[in-house]
Structures are given as structure tokens and as C-alpha cells.
Write a protein that binds this ligand. Structure first.
Ligand SMILES: Cc1ncc(COP(=O)(O)O)c(C=O)c1O
Length: 376
């Protein structure tokens, strides 16, 4: 393939020596669950995000599920989220027994529209027996959602906020406290360490970030069978721990995250230069938001032509996401209809993600841009 959609081999080379040393120590101790590597990663990631607590868990989906459970969300509760996201956002809500209630995204940022959220809450026609108890906004493609406005609305309506930052490791936003990291401002922020993420493991992993000590303690218990001691259990929990070997990989990659995100931002700037005049809709980056460019996602009515040109040139691409969640068969029982969330539906019809990873070369970026331009 001329340019792969994603290639992690150079990242792996950069961390290979350190990871080999850390794996050797873990093998020598034959300590594969919990242990110092997990605790060290949690501390380092908490410091990086500027939050008091990080609890490592087994995936981004489990991070969302356990955070919601720890904040008291359960059967009959409504949890507001967006239809333009990966299915796991809504699946985690369903797993707690709660009901996802969709609100459309903003056409510029592709993230939860604060205006639509306010309209929905004020209209008061809810789909869950108990009405909304929480909001799960998503930092789609690596662009932080409007968390300040969402938190303000949430407080007014007495709702908890769990930020789905599964695509936003290292993204930043300007607040009254200065620039802060995505995932650090809500009641809890949830991260996925799926291999292709900006901070990705060599398998599955996830984390909950929070300043709420009670929630952190509860997530720690829920992820590990409700343990207070090896065979002492406060509650019926789950087996949802962050794997020790993955924690060693994550520690090594975290040390490179800022440098790798900076390179992603350079690549994004170059794509903008090369494609800016071609009539495509580029990813928005409004004042006060700094994307970590997990994905570089363009929008065009000519998506089919662009797609054909990329395939012809041997260039990888992806569609995030081809169907808004309310139209997925899995969501049929929620009772939504086509046309209910026009912005999400239009994004699904026009979006296309170009190759984006820190080790993409300048020549690769030019090859991709030339293929896209040729299609227009
Ligand atoms: C927005 C979003 N939410 C949740 C998840 C779920 O994370 P995981 O695959 O680690 O369970 C992902 C991961 O792809 C994601 O992109």
C-alpha cells in the first residue's frame, strides 16, 4: 500500500527497548495483575492530565460504564449523548441499565451542541422513565467538546457529566484556569487505550480520570470484584482491571505523547495548506480548542469520488462513522427515526478520515493530498 491508514511500527520501535526492560521486570516478579506498573502509570497519567485521580481499567467502554455506575447512574435513568460517535459511548450507557437519549451535534465541531442540549432539557419530553441524570459528551476525532458550557447547563439541571475523551489524549481547551487537558473538567473523563489511539496499548485498556475521590474509590472497587482485600468484597463488581503489561507499554508511550501530538498537529496544518482551497470541509478548530488530531476527518459531497481516488492510489482511509447511532439496528428498540438528527446524519454521509499518525512522512501527506485533489 502506498500510504497506510495507520502504521504503528515506528511507535513500537521508539518504545521497544524500554518496554523490553519493563516486561523483564514483570516476568521476573511473575506479577501480572495490578502491581507497581499500573500504579505508576495511573500516577503519571493523572499528572499529565492535571487531575487528582486516574484509575486504569480494561477498556474505554468499561471506563464509561464504571464511571457512570460510580456516579450513581442505573436502571431507568436517562443519559444524554450524541448519535455521531462510536457505538461504545451508547453501549456503556445501556450496560448500566440506563437509556441513551440522543441530542444532535454542532455542524461545525461535530460535538454535542450546547444549544440543542439546552433546548432538549427545556422541552422536557424525555425518553427514560426517570428522565436525564447524566450527560456523556464526546471529544470526537480529538477535538474537545464545549465542556464549560455543558458543565454549566448540567449544573443548572442537576446532571452529572462523564466526558468521553476516548479519542482525545492530550487535546486541550482554554478555560478560566488557563489551558487544560480534555477529560479533566467533567465529573469524570474516560479514555480508551485501544492500539490505534494517540495513547494506545498493545491490546485493550482504558482509564477514568476524576477529581472526585469518592468516584475514584468506587471505580477502583468496581474494576476489581469490589475488593477490599484478596477475598474481602464490599460489593459485587467486575473484572475490568488495566492489564499490567499494558500499563508498561502505556508508560513508555506517555513519555512520547506530547511530541507525537505535536507532529500530528504539523501534519494537520500541512493537510490544511494542501487541501484548504479545494472546497472540502476541513476539521474545525475553534478559538480556545486545540485538537490532538486523533483523526483528520474531511467532509465532502464528493466522498465517493475521493474514496475511489484513494483506493486507486493505494491509500488507506476510513469512515467515522458511516451510520449515526440512532439508525443502527442495535438502537431500533430506542424508537428513533431517520431525519431526527439531521446534522449527525449529514456527517455520516459526507465524512472521510485521511491517514493521520505521527510517523507519516511529509511525502506521504503530499501523496494523500494529491490523490484527494485529483478527485475534486
Ligand atoms: C468515542 C469512543 N468512545 C468509546 C470508545 C471505546 O473504547 P474501547 O474500544 O477501548 O472500549 C472508543 C474507542 O474506539 C471511542 O472512539
Amino acid at each position: 500500500m502506498a500510504v497506510k491508514f495507520l502504521d504503528l511500527t515506528a511507535q513500537n520501535r521508539a518504545i521497544a527497548a524500554r518496554v523490553a526492560r519493563e516486561f523483564e521486570a514483570i516476568h521476573a516478579a511473575t506479577s501480572y495483575a495490578g502491581g507497581p506498573a499500573v500504579a505508576a502509570f495511573e500516577q503519571e497519567f493523572a499528572h499529565y492530565l492535571g487531575v487528582r485521580h486516574v484509575v486504569g481499567v480494561s477498556s474505554g467502554t468499561d471506563a464509561l460504564r464504571l464511571a457512570l455506575l460510580a456516579l450513581g447512574i442505573g436502571p431507568g435513568d436517562g443519559v444524554i449523548t450524541v448519535p455521531m460517535t462510536f457505538i461504545a459511548t451508547a453501549a456503556a450507557i445501556v450496560q448500566t441499565g440506563a437509556v441513551p437519549e440522543f441530542v444532535d451535534v454542532d455542524p461545525v465541531t461535530c460535538n454535542l451542541s450546547p444549544r440543542a442540549l439546552l433546548r432538549y432539557l427545556e422541552a422536557g419530553r424525555f425518553r427514560s422513565p426517570n428522565g436525564p441524570r447524566a450527560i456523556v459528551p464526546v471529544d470526537l476525532y480529538g477535538l474537545p467538546c464545549a465542556i464549560d458550557q455543558i458543565m454549566e447547563i448540567a449544573r443548572r439541571f442537576k446532571l452529572m457529566v462523564v466526558e468521553d475523551a476516548c479519542q482525545a489524549h492530550g487535546a486541550e481547551l482554554k478555560t478560566a484556569r488557563g489551558w487544560v487537558k480534555a477529560g479533566s473538567c467533567a465529573d469524570a473523563g474516560c479514555f480508551s487505550f485501544y492500539p490505534g489511539k494517540n495513547l494506545g496499548a498493545w491490546g485493550d485498556g482504558g482509564a477514568v480520570a476524576t477529581n472526585d475521590e469518592r468516584a475514584a474509590v468506587l471505580v477502583s472497587k468496581l474494576r476489581d470484584h469490589g475488593r477490599t482485600s484478596h477475598y474481602g468484597h464490599d460489593l459485587f463488581g467486575y473484572n475490568a482491571r488495566l492489564d499490567t503489561l499494558q500499563a508498561a507499554v502505556l508508560r513508555a508511550k506517555l513519555a512520547h505523547l506530547e511530541e507525537w501530538n505535536a507532529r500530528r498537529r504539523e501534519i494537520a496544518a500541512r493537510y490544511r495548506q494542501l487541501l484548504g482551497a479545494s472546497g472540502l470541509l476541513m476539521p474545525a478548530e475553534p478559538e480556545g480548542l486545540r485538537s490532538c488530531y486523533h483523526l483528520f476527518t474531511i467532509r465532502s459531497r464528493k466522498r465517493e469520488d475521493i474514496r475511489a481516488a484513494l483506493v486507486g492510489a493505494g491509500i488507506g482511509y476510513n469512515i467515522h462513522y458511516p451510520l449515526a447511532l440512532h439508525l443502527q439496528p442495535a438502537a431500533a428498540r430506542l424508537g428513533y427515526h431517520p431525519g431526527e438528527f439531521p446534522v449527525s446524519e449529514q456527517i455520516a454521509e459526507t465524512t472521510l478520515s485521511l491517514p493521520m499518525y505521527p510517523h507519516l512522512s511529509g511525502a506521504d501527506v503530499e501523496t494523500v493530498a494529491a490523490a484527494v485533489r485529483a478527485a475534486l
